[in-house]
Design a protein around this ligand. Structure first.
Ligand SMILES: Cc1cc2nc3c(=O)[nH]c(=O)nc-3n(C[C@H](O)[C@H](O)[C@H](O)COP(=O)(O)O)c2cc1C
Length: 199
């Protein structure tokens, strides 16, 4: 499913988003719009250069070993059914991986941080180390972890700019997250960002 075009100008200054950013752990049940959803995925890994290659966050050797998955809750995003979606940067589109509301299971797999389940959207950042090991060997793992931090900060700041808030979760059971999300075993989850309207 093709997403709406992201906007390249907002109403809040970058400085304000940096000043305001906090880890948010309490969300209203209000759904996000499809435009907000599109904007958040674009800020995470959208293609930002005219040649269609480079992306919103830096990547060692421009090898882009990361994937973005969106865990959308019931009534989490307007006009989108609940499920787990995979983001395709080159098409700015999402495809459904699994049907259903997986937020409770995701929170349970994250050391039972059940506050995550109240967020309409949880963005999962994964790395496929093989894509970067080709050039950097074991050091590629370190680079992928750094890259996930860049992506996370983009999601944080974009959330603030949209009047939303984001949390960040690194404490989860990798195997359990992979299993419940039905993502390839080669995709290692590194960070989860719950996003929604702040309570
Ligand atoms: C790599 C990483 C992992 C984190 N994991 C969690 C987590 O599992 N649960 C949680 O509630 N907060 C988590 N946090 C958020 C930190 O607790 C938070 O960033 C810190 O308290 C500073 O607060 P601030 O982000 O509001 O400035 C994580 C932060 C980072 C950078």
């Amino acid at each position: 499913m093709k997403l709406p075009q992201p906007k390249f100008e907002g109403e809040v200054s970058l400085e304000k988003t940096v000043k305001q950013r906090r880890t948010i752990r309490s969300f209203r049940s209000q759904p996000l719009t499809l435009a907000q959803y599109s904007q958040l995925l674009w800020a995470a890994q959208g293609v930002t250069d005219d040649r269609g290659w480079k992306r919103a966050a830096p990547s060692a050797g421009a090898l882009y070993p990361m994937d973005i998955y969106a865990v959308v809750g019931q009534d989490g995003v307007e006009s989108l059914r609940e499920g787990i979606y995979h983001y395709a940067p080159s098409d700015h589109a999402v495809s459904l991986v699994s049907d259903g509301d997986f937020r409770n299971k995701l929170a349970a797999a994250s050391l039972s941080q059940m506050w995550m389940a109240a967020a309409p959207l949880n963005i999962v950042i994964t790395a496929e180390y093989e894509r970067i090991a080709v050039k950097y060997g074991r050091r590629g793992e370190r680079y992928a972890m750094m890259e996930s931090g860049h992506i996370a900060q983009n999601i944080f700041l974009q959330s603030e700019a949209l009047g939303l808030g984001a949390g960040i979760v690194g404490a989860f059971d990798d195997e359990a997250v992979n299993r419940l999300m039905k993502i390839p075993q080669s995709h290692q989850p590194l960070l989860i960002l719950p996003v929604g309207y702040k309570k």
